[in-house]
Design a protein around this ligand. Structure first.
Ligand code: ADP
Ligand code: MG
Length: 362
């Protein structure tokens, strides 16, 4: 324990989100301690410590039991709702927040029931544990695909949404119930995994107010404290909620470069009861996720690049880092994209072209 820190904030989970919370909290005098849920030693918590989580659900282990028993675990009850897609979608319906049409896959549910109700293309999603597009299964009428055996009662079914694009909103609610927001983020997912984000974009401004109202309604309904992310599909000029994350979120990583207060700092401020102020945003920001590729130090030589490497072993499809850029002017943005492109694996050409299209042409 460090006597130099005013406050200790435990993070359930020891992945990159916990690391980035720690990184952001240091200058605030908050000692963030991410903790591996499988660590042999259960932590000893002091009465005034605060607990947060970087994941939505967790098994019972000595570590998670010790953290869960603490009275200052922010939003603890809400995690159980969000972690189960059935409960999450039910809550959105209850609050009359627009979401992709869906139903529970029950014991007796058949493929044709789902096609009749939701259309020819239906996306099954495991109720628990899915992330980065995992835990999903397409049911296509044309291919007569089947509901996998053990997915009955363990999945929801969603209508395939023909969205124009995917956007997300990072919101923050402080302990007094005041809400703060970052500008909407435009996201590119490839194979179900986020590959790039951009914010702010002028053409998303008309949706900001609606999005803020939606997320305010949700955060206030559950008396939430800290950062919450709302992933949406934009269909025409309507927003449909795809899913909610009760934590700092990959689509808000750009705030490390593009705001005076990153989403990580906002979360730490709010859960520990420090003052929160309206984040101020600079420049046009874009983030590229590093997925399944080895660290390349040449990235650091690219003008304006801000690398965050997660120090995880590299596996195909695994997020191992991200690079932020905070830039003004099309020449500068274009130069950064031209410089970074040859330093990334070839599958990034679609990602870079998407960034070029969104940042330079629109
Ligand atoms: P994860 O927890 O893996 O992020 P999501 O529900 O966000 O799960 O799904 C991942 C991606 O899959 C989405 O960002 C989107 O691109 C696509 N997707 C999810 N739901 C639908 C849907 N109902 N229709 C079409 N695409 C979808
Ligand atoms: Mg998602």
């Amino acid at each position: 324990m460090s006597e130099y820190f005013e406050q200790t904030l435990w993070v359930l989970g020891a992945g990159q989100l916990g690391n980035m919370l720690q990184h952001a909290a240091y200058p605030l005098g908050v000692n963030v301690k991410p903790i591996d849920i499988d660590a042999a030693q259960a932590p000893v918590l002091a009465k005034n410590d605060v607990v947060t989580a970087e994941r939505e659900e967790w098994p019972s282990t000595p570590v998670t039991d010790a953290l869960a028993a603490h009275s200052n675990f922010a939003n603890q009850a809400f995690f159980a709702t969000i972690a189960d897609r059935f409960k999450q979608k039910s809550l959105l319906d209850e609050l009359e927040l627009a979401t992709a049409p869906w139903q529970l896959v029950e014991t007796a549910t058949t493929e044709s029931d789902l096609h009749n109700k939701l259309g020819d293309r239906v996306l099954l999603k495991r109720r628990k544990g899915g992330y980065d597009g995992r835990g999903q299964h397409w049911l296509k009428k044309a291919e007569q695909s089947l509901i996998p055996d053990d997915w009955h009662n363990n999945a929801i079914a969603e209508q395939a949404i023909n969205f124009c694009e995917e956007v997300s909103l990072i919101g923050v609610r402080d302990q007094q119930g005041k809400c703060y927001f970052y500008p909407l983020t435009l996201n590119l997912h490839q194979n179900g995994i986020l590959t790039a984000s951009i914010s702010p974009l002028n053409r998303l401004k008309p949706y900001q107010e609606t999005a803020e109202k939606m997320l305010t309604k949700l955060m206030s309904a559950v008396d939430y404290v800290g950062v919450m992310a709302m992933e949406c599909f934009k269909v025409g000029d309507k927003l449909l909620i795809n899913e909610i994350a009760p934590r700092v979120h990959n689509s808000g990583h750009w705030t490390q470069a593009g705001s005076n207060i990153s989403q990580f700092e906002s979360h730490v401020r709010c859960v520990t009861g420090l003052p929160m102020i309206v984040p101020s945003i600079r420049n046009t920001n874009f983030m590229i996720n590093l997925i399944g590729c080895e660290l390349d130090k040449r990235w650091l030589a690219v003008e304006g690049s801000e690398l965050f490497w997660y120090q995880k072993s590299v596996r195909a499809g695994r997020k191992v880092g991200h690079i932020n850029f905070s830039k003004t002017g099309v020449e500068n943005i274009s130069a950064a994209l031209d410089q970074i492109e040859p330093l990334l694996p070839s599958q990034y050409s679609d990602t870079i072209n998407w960034l070029r299209k969104e940042l330079l042409i629109n």
